[in-house]
Write a protein that binds this ligand. Structure first.
Ligand code: UT7
Length: 326
């Protein structure tokens, strides 16, 4: 039996200042606002300034999450950064964040599950907290995908953007009440390396000694995304003994509006319960789930006690879902 529950006490998000619109992109590659909006729902994305790194974005989001949680950096004893675009090959971006925040306790490490990274990271933090190995975790998704895009490839460069989102997760004594008590209720993680090539980067320190560029067979990834995300959501709900219809808010990975619609249709979800932020910042990979959660908490939709279901799928392939009472 778990001794502690991992309760989300604060959420924060950060987007770089520079906006890149679909019209801007149409001057760079053979594309149009009409095509991008119709096929993806994306209208604009943010691009990190020269010299602004993933750690900078992560620290900005983390500070907001700490403030919203009423927590200080002194309390933090675990930092997990989900990212596929670290500042450096090593040290981990999480240790850079740790140093910037002045945290000296506990452990800090990165999680690499690309767009599913935040789900993997919150599941990891939940396990640390449940076993009594951490009391206050900062779980961050932060990316600068603009640095690994091939800006001459219209099939990928229109889809992604930069950003960061963070949550502060604190240990509370586990109590009776099952899914009625606040905290992470359950998570479900999957991966299938057979599909590694349909969404990958064509470089890396060991393979090419370069960073490489993102490559994706979009329509194949799309088909896997709908099936895998729906399966993960249903599984995590079933295991918790919760009906999908009982969920108050769906906080999905923000890759494509048509994926959100297809998954909602498959599971019979009311589309008004699906939080969508991709129109404003595109696919920010590991940052997209906490950025969506931050938007819905900030505008008052997600309230304390609401049942939220987060999900994502990304390169690997990796996918997963996490159910929590906010
Ligand atoms: O975060 C990780 C998970 N990622 C995802 O889930 C992304 C999943 N995939 C997708 O979102 C979609 O597959 C895309 C948005 C990437 C593409 O949409 P699609 O409806 O699957 O289009 P398609 O790849 O089948 O391409 C249709 C056409 C092609 O032209 P032809 O071969 O029919 O002549 C493409 O060349 O659209 C063309 N196309 C474009 N046209 C204008 C591809 N990109 C663009 C573009 N502008 N930017």
């Amino acid at each position: 039996m778990n001794h502690f529950r991992a309760v989300i006490e604060g959420v924060g998000g950060y987007l770089p200042e520079r906006v890149l619109t679909n019209d801007d992109l149409s001057t760079m590659v053979d594309t149009s606002d009409e095509w991008i909006v119709a096929r993806t729902g994306i209208r604009e994305r943010r691009i990190a300034a020269d010299g602004e790194t993933t750690a900078d974005l992560a620290v900005a989001a983390a500070r907001k999450a700490l403030e919203n949680a009423g927590a200080s950096a002194d309390e933090v004893d675990l930092i997990i950064v989900a990212t596929a675009t670290p500042d450096r090959t090593f040290p981990a971006t999480a240790t850079i964040v740790q140093q910037r925040l002045g945290v000296t306790a506990g452990a800090a490490f990165d999680v690499q599950a690309v767009c599913s990274g935040f789900i993997y990271a919150i599941a990891t933090a939940d396990n640390f907290i449940a076993r009594g190995q951490a009391k206050c975790a900062l779980v961050i998704g932060a990316e600068t995908f603009s640095r690994i895009l091939d800006w001459s490839d219209r099939s990928t460069c229109v889809l992604f953007g930069d950003g960061a989102g963070a949550v502060v997760v604190k240990a509370e004594p586990a109590e009776e009440g099952g899914s009625e008590a606040r905290g992470v209720i359950g998570s479900y993680l999957r991966s299938d390396g057979r599909y590694g090539d349909i969404l990958c980067v064509d470089g890396g320190p060991s393979l090419t000694k370069t960073v490489g560029h993102l490559r994706m067979v979009g329509n194949q990834v799309f088909r896997h995304a709908v099936v895998n995300i729906a399966e993960a959501m249903q599984t995590v709900a079933d295991r918790a003994g919760v009906a999908v219809s009982d969920v108050d808010w769906f906080i999905p990975h923000q890759a494509n509006r048509r994926i959100l619609e297809a998954v909602a249709k498959r599971l019979g979800i009311d589309e008004n319960k699906v939080v969508e932020t991709l129109s404003r910042h595109g696919n920010t990979s590991a940052a997209s789930v906490p950025l969506a959660l931050d938007a819905a908490v900030s505008d008052g939709r997600v309230k304390k006690g609401d049942l939220i279901l987060m999900e994502a799928m990304g390169g690997g392939l990796t996918w997963g879902a996490a159910l929590a009472r906010f």
